[in-house]
Design a protein around this ligand. Structure first.
Ligand code: FES
Length: 357
């Protein structure tokens, strides 16, 4: 299981009015553990008002720079993001889990690839890491970035992106879309929609010339672009996206259905972690296994609790669950019996779940 390590904050840069880039000082003896791929994220943990809060933030630095930086945008009512932007200071220590995530393709200096990326707001953080790394490590590859923001002043990492554009002229193009400022070319006003995608994929970014697509932003934008690309015969393997802060509306509805169907029955659960078994009983069709196990004193790994990061992955050895959301497991993993415990609700009388396999 991945542990947390206390890391000192060595720098805090305010990159826009409501976004800070935090740099961590990773001691040399932890460099191996904290090695990362472009596009991966760190999970941070701290205690705020006596509540333990964990949040995952994408690394916005390149692994080639051997720097660990995350961009944290303040969200209205967001406990951790407000703390990071208003309270956290250089010299403070946060608990940090080593990098994780699948939002990347391997760098290959011998390949000549064309990449395209779509980002909105703070969704630029992993995308910036990906762009910088591929441009630097693959001398023949190109990148096109389609980046949506409200105003010019709210563009996160703008200076860094412009510097990359100057450094890799001819290999890196940026197309900014603004939703609250008017620009002379109509295409670049407002959010990305079907009509704009049609123009983009027919003129600026011809789909059969692009090898990989990276998308990071609101869930609706990701689904729109993902579906649009699939309709243009772009394969699943070429489309990569990162989802954080996903909506839970669909899962709330599913929860209600499960509760009505199974809620009057009990399930005897055994959790195996670190070779030790923890037994408890819970209502079928009610809570997820992870939350219930944490209440019953099992010490289990988790980060996003949103079905994205797969930190809470485990294998069902006996019994049955219904998984509400799954953005973290591949189809073959699900077929082999792996589940995201933060999203899995028991629907059988007995359930054995193993975190060690
Ligand atoms: S904790 Fe992230 S998927 Fe369960």
């Amino acid at each position: 299981m991945k542990d947390f390590y206390p890391l000192k904050v060595s720098q805090i840069e305010k990159v826009t009015q409501d976004c800070s880039v935090i740099t961590f000082d990773v001691p040399v003896q932890l460099h191996k553990k904290f090695e990362f791929k472009q596009g991966q994220y760190l999970t941070l943990k701290t205690t705020i008002d006596e509540d333990e809060i964990r949040r995952s933030y994408s690394l916005c630095s390149s692994p080639l720079d051997k720097q660990w930086k995350v961009g944290i945008k303040k969200i209205e009512g967001g406990k951790f993001s407000s703390f990071a932007n208003e309270v956290l200071e250089v010299g403070d220590t946060l608990d940090v889990m080593p990098p994780d995530g699948k939002f990347y393709v391997e760098v290959d200096p011998n390949q000549k690839r064309n990449y395209a990326a779509f980002a909105a707001g703070s969704g630029i953080t992993p995308i910036y890491s990906i762009i910088k790394t591929h441009l630097q490590a693959e001398p023949n590859s190109t990148f096109k970035l389609f980046f949506v923001n409200q105003t010019t002043a709210s563009i996160i990492l703008k200076e860094e992106l412009e510097a990359l554009k100057n450094m890799y002229m001819g290999r890196f193009e940026i197309f900014y879309f603004l939703t609250k400022e008017r620009r002379s070319v109509g295409l670049f006003n407002g959010r990305i929609d079907e009509e704009k995608l049609d123009i983009i994929f027919k003129t600026i970014c011809i789909t059969n010339l692009i090898d990989h697509y990276f998308i990071c932003g609101p869930e609706a934008m990701i689904h729109l672009i993902d579906e649009n690309l699939k309709d243009r015969d772009v394969s699943k393997e070429q489309i990569h996206f990162e989802l954080f802060g996903i909506s839970t509306d669909a899962s709330s509805e599913q929860k209600m259905v499960l509760k009505n169907r199974f809620g009057d029955k009990q399930c005897d659960v055994t959790i195996i972690e670190g070779g030790i078994g923890v037994d408890f009983s819970m209502q079928q069709g009610s809570n997820n296994i992870l939350d219930e196990a944490l209440v019953n004193a099992a010490d289990l790994p988790f980060a996003c609790k949103g079905g994205v990061c797969a930190t809470c992955k485990a294998k069902v050895l006996e019994g049955e669950v219904k998984m509400l959301l799954n953005y973290g497991l591949e189809d073959d993993e699900v077929e082999q019996g792996y589940i995201l415990t933060c999203q899995s609700i028991p629907v059988s009388e007995k359930l054995v779940v193993d975190f060690d396999v």
